[in-house]
Design a protein around this ligand. Structure first.
Ligand code: SAH
Length: 456
């Protein structure tokens, strides 16, 4: 067999070749990529270190801002060269950009073998086999419609992903909120929840295979449970159900939507030991006019009420957020209001983005803020928030935290890293054998990224 060529018949137990999955974007994409990897392993492929040597290369793309789209196109440019010397390499493009720009991807990169949308990742094994055998281009981008009926189109998931200390589990796909800046409802379709029993079964299996921490994923996780065959299942009930699964020590979720944040979730965080005292709740902007133009369906004060209720119940809860600057028409006064909101809420951390026009969304048609102004505002916002983050970390010095040990630190491999229950990263000296254990540490030093700590 020529080096790089592939056997076409599947032989169970034998390795047919290698694969490489390149991922951009959110945790949902990370998780989809993990599933894609499992599908490819089932077909007899093993992971490759780089795309250069892989027989099958998959791009799992992101469209939430322009930058990840540019990166995917430039990656395709690199693959074009590899493909010239190794024409048998199979290239597939998945994810949000595949959903939106399938024809353009193929036109600009004729060597691409298939394009597969966000709701079709389960068809990837079939597409790979087809590509290996026929080399005919395939496009699979249907999004499931949802007209209020019970959802039956949830993709089959591979549950045999063992040995992960921390795992992501999608509970809901798509989004019904239609914020004026956001492309997600177009790329991921309408909101649909996974049946509760499927989620419970998946988490139970993960726990049996060694998972201790589960992060539930969805665009607006706290609206989970609409249109299920079993009737409405509130998000708080799902949390309580999953917390009862033996072996699960910690439960987290991203992201709740502020308007849907009700007291039952606050009670679940307070009462259920497994539910972590951390909440990532995107504010997006600190001005009511801006929020209205963003179509966010809440006000700064109603957001503030949730923050107060959370902190009243759990004074040490970690709160993080997302902010967009340079949204169309953002005035200096409105931007100043966002800065004030950051001082008012004193988040423990924030992801801060420059607005990126997404073709087809209402905000892309509005009057844009110049790049210079947006960049200056982003810098200012980051300066303000970084100071708050450091101050919040300083406040933790001397206090004790339960930390789930991830293993060696990525910043300094001679030390260990893990997260507190309020989702602060902690570094400390310890034996590598502590990986996967819950330890109690005292915070000794603040950093912009978290805390240094010591065993007590
Ligand atoms: N469903 C979540 C958002 C998920 S997208 C919610 O409703 O809050 C993750 C983050 O990307 C968003 O919170 C927002 O801050 C940012 N984002 C989304 N669209 C964007 C755009 N067009 N430009 C810049 N940032 C954007």
């Amino acid at each position: 067999m020529r080096p790089g060529s592939l056997p076409t018949l599947e032989r169970r137990g034998t390795v047919r070749g290698t694969y490489f999955v390149q991922t951009w974007g959110c945790q949902m994409n990370e998780e989809d990529s993990e599933q894609i990897g499992l599908y490819l392993q089932d077909l007899g492929f093993v992971p490759a270190q780089t795309p250069r040597e892989a027989h099958i290369v998959l791009l799992n793309t992101c469209s939430v801002r322009k930058k990840p789209e540019d990166k995917a196109f430039s990656f395709l440019g690199e693959l074009r060269e590899i493909k010239q010397s190794r024409p048998e390499m199979v290239v597939g493009v998945a994810g949000c950009m595949a959903q939106l720009r399938a024809d353009e991807i193929k036109r600009r990169n004729p060597f691409v073998d298939f394009v597969v949308g966000t709701a079709q990742i389960a068809s990837i094994p079939g597409l790979v086999e087809e590509a290996l055998q026929t080399r005919k281009f395939a496009k699979r981008i249907d999004l499931p419609p949802r007209t209020g009926a019970i959802v039956t189109d949830i993709p089959q998931r591979n549950l045999e992903r063992g040995g992960k200390l921390k795992a992501f589990v999608p509970i809901q796909y798509g989004c019904d909120k239609f914020c004026s800046f956001c492309i997600v409802p177009t790329t991921r379709g309408r909101e649909r929840s996974r049946p509760t029993e499927h989620i419970v079964e998946e988490v139970r299996r993960l726990a049996e295979l060694g998972t201790k921490e589960v992060t539930l994923l969805g665009q607006t996780v706290n609206s989970y449970g609409k249109n299920l065959a079993e009737g409405r299942v509130p998000f708080s009930s799902l949390l309580r159900l999953l917390a009862g699964i033996p072996g699960i020590e910690r439960l987290r979720y991203v992201s709740p939507y502020p308007r849907d944040f009700k007291t039952d979730v606050i009670e679940a965080i307070r009462e259920v030991p497994e539910v972590m005292e951390h909440c990532h709740m995107p504010l997006q902007a600190g001005d009511d006019g801006l929020l209205k133009r963003m179509k966010r369906l809440y006000t700064v004060d109603s957001f503030g009420d949730i923050v107060s209720d959370l902190r009243k119940s759990m004074p040490d809860i970690g709160l993080t957020t997302d902010i967009i600057v340079g949204f169309p028409g953002e005035t200096d006064t409105e931007f100043q209001a966002t800065l004030s909101a950051m001082e008012r809420f004193r988040f423990d951390g924030a992801y801060m983005f420059k607005y990126s026009p997404r073709p087809g969304t209402p905000a892309a048609e509005m009057e844009q803020v110049s790049r210079e102004v947006s960049e200056a505002r982003l810098k200012e916002l980051m300066r303000v928030q970084d100071k708050i983050t450091l101050e919040k970390n300083e406040e933790q010095i001397g206090r004790e935290f339960e930390v789930l040990v991830d293993g060696p630190s990525r910043r300094d491999p001679t030390r260990l890293q893990g997260y507190t229950r309020c989702f602060r990263m902690m570094h400390f000296e310890g034996d590598a054998g502590l990986k996967g254990q819950l330890v109690i540490l005292r915070a000794t030093e603040p950093h912009h990224w978290g805390l240094s700590g010591e065993s007590i």
